[in-house]
Design a protein around this ligand. Structure first.
Ligand SMILES: [Zn+2]
Length: 175
């Protein structure tokens, strides 16, 4: 369990803003605890220099203020809103934002159900013959896929590249 040092005043100030519910627990058997105002927990923390502030659970953000061996508080952020993915009639939604900067590279951001995905969790495939045109070398690079590219994606990319590149007379050219 991570202990928050008392001199981390900025972290403590943030926790005081974020943790909006508190329960007071008397003794190790009092698991449910009694709801109390969060101000009671922070006042007890201020009045007891040896009280410990610890993170209980990184995922939920729950923290504990341990006053003594017998008295402790659990503090929690507000309960999250019900997940709309559990609502009837919900459908997965994907939004793709393409920033086609004419003077720089094209930037793509993908949102899954309104949440931006990290760059490493999706792949961007750009078919763009560019100023040099759909040369044979361009087509070869456009149809050279990483091993993990799914088959339907490969097929679409290959078909698009073939649309641009016309048979150039090379023996190896299948277009
Ligand atoms: Zn060719």
């Amino acid at each position: 369990m991570r202990t928050v040092s008392r001199n981390h005043t900025r972290i403590i100030a943030r926790l005081q803003a974020e943790l909006t519910t508190a329960t007071r627990h008397n003794g190790p058997n009092d698991r449910a605890g009694t709801p109390v105002p969060v101000s009671e927990a922070w006042a007890a923390y201020d009045h007891r220099p040896r009280a410990l502030l610890r993170e209980l659970d990184a995922r939920s953000g729950a923290h504990e203020i341990r006053i003594t061996g017998k008295l402790r508080y659990e503090l929690r952020p507000p309960a999250p809103a019900p997940d709309r993915r559990e609502a009837p009639g919900w459908e997965r939604r994907i939004d793709v934002v393409v920033d086609r900067d004419p003077d720089a590279c094209t930037d793509v951001t993908v949102y899954l159900d309104g949440i931006a995905l990290s760059d490493s969790s999706f792949a961007v495939h750009v078919i763009d013959p560019g100023a040099s045109g759909p040369t044979h070398e361009w087509m070869e690079s456009a149809t050279d896929h990483a091993d993990d590219v799914p088959e339907p994606v490969r097929q679409q990319l290959n078909a698009l590249a073939a649309c641009y590149h016309r048979h150039c007379g090379r023996e190896s050219c299948t277009e």
